[in-house]
Design a protein around this ligand. Structure first.
Ligand code: NAI
Length: 251
């Protein structure tokens, strides 16, 4: 399929997991794709890699402007780079709060700020933010992480309102627990990784984790001209975790 031919995209955190799956799918559909990442080595050709930390405003501006120059413009920004945090509101110190908010929320602010002048020149301008089910459901031991993703959800709506008359659409996806290197690292830290994986699977009504490719498909839809009338929405890709209330399985 080549329905994105002629469109130019930047994906942050595009060297691993959901971001890498998204960058590959965008390229597979015909888009020219740049990846901005702390370590862009994972983004193989035809993806173009740009090294930047989304907490560094000057580096973000240089990477976004460099990508837009090399791609000859910019139509799609996928704000996906993010990090996790574990604990209740008592468990993370101020430095951790500042750090995770800086990456997960201000990171999207910085890339969006740098991308908007380029997006204003596009005829299919779209921003897609990777939010989380943690924005819409109370999950234990995720106070700081959830606060950042709640902010991403509200930021998505506010940006959609601010830029709708400029022809720039802004949406987000809310993945449930997705089988990415991130979750692999989390499972490795657990006392019993197999039991932890079984518990995460069981939390999803579909009984399994979401795949990175499934989240990528939702992001690419929201970024594509097929979603030309879609803005200010959060698309859940969570195996039914947010919306369904099942009875316990009968034995
Ligand atoms: P991942 O750890 O596999 O990939 C994240 C990528 O972001 C890595 O390539 C990393 O180098 C990059 N990155 C991290 N900090 C960065 C920074 N400061 N500057 C530039 N790049 C940076 O993670 P995954 O699972 O693919 O997560 C991607 C997004 O999806 C995150 O925003 C996460 O919050 C969100 N998400 C993940 C879920 C999951 O279960 N895996 C569920 C819901 C949301």
């Amino acid at each position: 399929m080549t329905e994105l031919k002629g469109l130019r995209a930047v994906v942050t955190g595009g060297a691993s997991g959901i971001g890498l799956a998204t960058a590959r799918l965008l390229a597979g559909r015909g888009a020219d794709v740049a990846v901005i990442d702390l370590d862009p080595a994972g983004a193989e050709a035809p993806l173009r890699g740009y090294r930047a930390d989304v907490t560094d405003d000057a580096a973000v501006r240089a990477a976004v402007d460099g990508a837009a120059r090399d791609l000859d413009g910019l139509d799609i920004l996928v704000n996906n780079a993010g990090i996790g945090a574990i604990g209740t509101v008592e468990d993370n110190d101020d430095a951790q709060w500042h750090r995770v908010l800086d990456v997960n929320v201000l990171g999207m602010v910085r890339t969006s700020r740098a991308a908007l002048p380029h997006l204003r020149r596009s005829r299919n301008a779209a921003i897609v933010n990777t939010c989380s089910i943690a924005a819409t459901a109370g999950l234990p031991q995720r106070a700081l992480y959830s606060a950042t993703k709640g902010a991403v959800l509200s930021l998505t709506l506010a940006m959609a309102a601010d830029h709708v008359r400029e022809g720039i659409r802004v949406n987000c996806v809310n993945p449930g627990t997705a089988d990415t290197p991130w979750i692999g690292r989390l499972l490795d830290q657990a006392d019993d990784p197999a039991a932890e994986r079984a518990a995460l699977n069981a939390r999803q009504p579909m009984g399994r984790l979401v795949s990175a490719d499934e989240v990528a498909a939702a992001i690419v839809y929201l970024a594509s001209p097929a979603a030309a009338s879609v803005t200010g929405t959060a698309l859940a890709v969570d195996g039914g975790m947010q919306g369904l209330r099942l009875r316990p399985a009968q034995g």
